[in-house]
Design a protein. Sequence first.
Length: 96
Amino acid sequence: RIGGGSMMTEFGGTYFSPDASNPESRATEEMEWILDECDSRLESWSFWDIAHFFAYPDPQPGCSQGDDCASFKIMSRPYAQAIAGEPISMRFDSTS
């Protein structure tokens, strides 16, 4: 081990994006699993999406043309910006 931090990057390059309005979809379940695994390992992550290559005809309020707002709801998770002591776990319950 080199003692440095790690970060998972660019894991969102799939054609089908997760959709908060369809929690049973394969893409949504996959995204939830990935983010839950990152939480369980206290892993930082950065999402990259190919959605900007596709035009969404009717952007939702607050979203720009090409934004995939349904995915934003799946990826919006709280995180601890500062912790007193040594972190041992992190978990987010997306169903609550």
